[in-house]
Design a protein around this ligand. Sequence first.
Ligand code: SF4
Length: 371
Amino acid sequence: MPDKKYTINEVLSLFEETPPKEVLIHFLTTTDSAEIEAVRIAAEKTLLKYCGDNVYYRGLIEFSNNCALDCGYCGIRKSNTKVQRYTVKEDDIVKAARWCAEVRYGSLVLQSGERHDRQFIEFVERITKRIKQETTSSILPQGLGITLCVGEHSLETYRGFRDAGAHRYLLRIETTNDELFKSIHPNQQNLDSRLKSLEYLKEAGFQVGTGVMIGLPGQTPEMLADDLLFYKKHDFDMFGMGPFIPHKDTPMGNLPVMPEEQRTNLGLMMIALTRLLTKDTNVAATTALQALDPIGREKGLSFGANILMPQLTPTEFRENYLLYENKPCVDEEKEDCLNCLKRRVEMVGRIVAQDQWGDSRHFFARNTLFS
Ligand code: SF4
């Protein structure tokens, strides 16, 4: 279909069922602005139909940058000796969580590097339990909703995290292409174990999120189309994706990358196609989009995203949690984020939901046994 350009209604009708891979590749490579706008509007309509116009916040606490792994793209990989390592004190994490509840965000994300030692696992369980206890109120009868983002673990460990009170988990696959995965990770890390962990998370009862990096060196539109079909096939509940942004102190820091505008546009197209394919899931407008475009997150919302993650990491630690360079909001006080994000959401005609977990509707549709 080399010359075919689709209208809004044609896009919507193409996505009534899962379209063939060629259709996804067509949209991932189109440069026709009218067609890109048609996809955007179709994705926005799909979002409003299946999820409504609420935007849900997850206050982001990057509680530790200690990591046992060495991903080739990541600024806090264990081999980067320039980073000052930290773990936020338990009381300070809980304090940030209490503030999150007070300003009515409803949910938070606890994120860190990946460690498998018992001490770390117990720490995560303990802070999760304390946050649940200390944020329970008449407004939040079950406390804040907690999403964990702490990497690959055993089924037993995931069950422990779930029992502690976390109910959502984000584990990004980064790419579903085996060769590309190998090219951005050391030999000890592999796609099979990532896939196994995603299965364990479902088995442990989590709402499960994943996502890929967009614009990686060596990545093709065909690979991204496969990633999208993977999202659909494995029935995930949530997605967090962002453009690849090189970090100078990593092995991938000097590789050639596509221009920023192109990477941003590809990231937005991936959000729209994810929405069109998966319909009632939660999709984040990530800060990585804003790193490349000052209004990248607003654009993400208008291409079908419905989740934002305001920074709650205590300011003194943020400089040492740079997974990529030029990360936005590093110096912002959390009170300023509150006002800034509200303005950004209103700019695109959407509403900030308050005191709600904002769970993925898809999860309930696929698992009516959740309690
Ligand atoms: S991406 Fe995650 S697991 Fe990989 S090095 Fe960075 S923090 Fe560690």
